[in-house]
Write a new protein. Structure first.
Length: 246
């Protein structure tokens, strides 16, 4: 599989997707057409137009999945890009429009997949490590299951001089591991995960990421870290319960 899983779409001081144009160009590998899935935001047309403008330097034509039959568009797509926004709304739309199985099969069959934020969450086995508010209720938390581990985009630690006493992001991820024996890769702003065939690497800014595993302390991940071993770990979710797919 060819995956590019971005932590975020916009990096401070740069335009939408500007920081990721090089890896996007790499994964597209000459393809001049991308199906953009805008369902994480309410303004589908506006979001697709923003993506189209951002990818103009690459000479890529962007087709919105909201225009026409999304199933037909997904079946014909040369590459698929699922944008960020609210992950609960996005997953509900993917299931409601019967896109989950089609996208999963196409990507497993070789179609390049780009995800950003919520779109990156969709590549996981389930939605359970998102940061979003559940503004809607999807029929299941089962996502695309393109990687056998979980991802937490936009990962941040609490500042040492902060007076905030609520739960930190790391605490929430540790709670996830109390209930689920599945690794979680937390990716900081400006970083991404790149899967090409059997190799998985952490790219982007020097901020890197953090690997959380049950029974082990959090492990700092540096830029260009090789995480290919995570592709061998089976996801330990009950997929029959998670997906409810025929």
């Amino acid at each position: 599989m060819e995956l590019l899983l971005l932590s975020n779409s916009t990096t401070f001081g740069r335009k939408f997707l500007e920081h990721a144009l090089e890896p996007i160009s790499e994964i597209l590998n000459g393809s001049n057409e991308v199906l953009f899935v805008p369902f994480a935001l309410a303004d589908h047309a506006g979001y697709t137009a923003e993506a189209a403008e951002a990818l103009t330097p690459l000479g890529v034509t962007v087709i919105g999945a909201h225009v026409g039959d999304p199933v037909d568009l997904a079946q014909k797509a040369k590459a698929i890009f699922i944008g960020g926004g609210n992950s609960f709304r996005l997953l509900k739309e993917l299931h409601g429009k019967e896109l989950t199985r089609i996208i999963r099969d196409r990507v497993r069959g070789g179609v390049p997949y780009i995800g950003s934020s919520a779109g990156t969450n969709m590549a996981c086995p389930t939605l359970r490590t998102t940061n979003d508010m559940p503004i809607v209720e999807p029929p299941t938390f089962g996502a695309l299951n393109l990687v056998p581990f979980q991802i937490n985009p936009h990962y941040v630690e609490r500042s040492l001089d902060s007076s905030h006493m609520g739960e930190t992001r790391s605490k929430r991820l540790e709670e996830f591991l109390e209930e689920n024996d599945v690794p979680v890769v937390a990716v900081r702003e400006g970083t991404w995960l790149r899967r090409s065939s059997g190799r998985l690497t952490l790219g982007g800014s020097e901020a890197g990421g953090v690997l959380f595993r049950r029974g082990s302390p959090p492990e700092e991940l540096s830029q260009n870290a090789d995480l290919s071993e995570l592709l061998e770990a089976p996801a330990r979710f009950d997929l029959r319960e998670a997906y409810h797919l025929s």
